[in-house]
Design a protein around this ligand. Structure first.
Ligand code: NAD
Length: 326
């Protein structure tokens, strides 16, 4: 049996990863999540209910900020791989609530790092973010680009994570892989993120807010693509044999927000009511990552195009609402 610890397992990406891992024979997943109320906790509970159907899944409502609780998990189980997805996400929320980011993303991450080192974990994989690139103007951004100019405290915490992990892998030979996710979307997604939020508001005839007059560009990445590569990284040790690595995880296909709104309108067959507003502090104008490095895990892999991804997401969204009506 291989034991994998996944933190943030009730979150969007954590849920999809655990759901995929549990389908493998010989894998036991220990999931932890503090089920915070950054967005509707019912969504997290619903994801957990699905995961609890598997008998190779064990859940603990713990915070990664609590070293003693975390240590119980490391002492009680022979953990092979740790995937740290627990974090306070969101760029804008970090402007009002920097303390939470310091507690979960810096101190909590330190606990994960330290215990992974003490208990000689074979591989620590952790979530970083495209936000580490700041407001650059040279695209697509490559992993080697400068990441010293974060525009938000959230981005700063992700950069700090990469630096902390780099030092642990250097000093203690702990194998660490950081993944810079780029605006992930899909079924069971995060209601605070644009595609989910716009879909909900447009379908309820409510006004959507388009910051920077809709002139933002994002490298939207469908959840199945993220899970495909996460799975590869967990199981393909030979391909990723470096002690420390960072990968962009994106389709390398940056889309203007106004186009995304049009696709949502088309799939919902409804016109959006739009309020155009100014550029918000903490935001970046554009994300567009280079994905050549991650493609070494699967050279011919085809990322899901935005047209197809939004279609799949909206099918899920409509279906979910139908079920909850009955
Ligand atoms: N979704 C994206 O587009 C995106 C982009 C870049 C980076 N990321 C990063 O990927 C990771 C997963 O993101 P997500 O979209 O699934 O977010 P999410 O908020 O849905 O999931 C994070 C989960 O972690 C839990 N959590 C937060 N603080 C915790 C703590 N101290 N202890 C234990 N659990 C805690 C939350 O309750 C939540 O369920 C995060 O680290 C996020 O910063 C996500």
């Amino acid at each position: 049996m291989k034991y994998i610890l996944v933190t943030g397992c009730a979150g969007f990406i954590g849920f999809h990863l655990v759901d995929k891992l549990l389908k493998n024979k010989g894998i036991v997943v220990i999931g932890i999540d503090n089920i915070n109320n950054y967005y509707d906790v019912n969504i997290k509970k619903q994801r957990l209910r699905i995961l609890k159907n598997y008998n190779n899944f064990y859940f603990f409502k713990y915070s990664i900020n609590n070293y003693r609780n975390l240590e119980k998990i490391f002492t009680g189980n022979k953990i092979h791989t740790v995937v740290n997805l627990a974090a306070q996400a969101g760029v804008r929320y970090s402007i009002e609530n920097p303390d939470i980011y310091n507690d979960s993303n810096v101190k909590g991450f330190y606990n994960i790092l330290r215990l992974s080192q003490i208990y000689k974990i074979k591989h620590l994989i952790f979530a970083s973010s495209s936000s580490v690139y700041g407001d650059v103007n040279k695209f697509p951004t490559q992993e080697v680009y400068n990441t010293n100019d974060p525009e938000s405290f959230y981005a700063a915490t992700k950069k700090i994570n990469e630096t902390m992990a780099r030092s642990f892998s250097c000093i203690y030979k702990l194998k660490c892989t950081g993944l810079r996710f780029f605006t992930v979307y899909g079924p069971y997604g995060r209601p605070d993120m644009s595609i989910y939020k716009f879909t909900k508001l447009i379908s309820e005839n409510q006004v959507i807010n388009l910051n920077n007059d809709g002139n933002h560009f994002r490298d939207f990445t469908y959840i199945d693509d993220v899970i495909f590569f996460l799975n590869k990284i967990i199981f393909s040790n030979k391909i990723n044999n470096k002690l420390f690595s960072i990968f962009n995880l994106c389709g390398s296909d940056s889309q203007k927000l106004t186009k995304v709104v049009k696709l949502i309108e088309y799939n919902l067959n409804k016109k959006a009511k739009i309020n155009f507003s100014s550029f918000q502090i903490g935001d970046v104008l554009k994300t567009h990552g280079d994905n050549k490095k991650i493609l070494k895990f699967s050279k011919k892999y085809k990322f899901i195009k935005i047209e197809e991804g939004i279609k799949k997401f909206i099918l899920w969204y409509k279906n979910k609402n139908e079920i909850s009506k009955n």
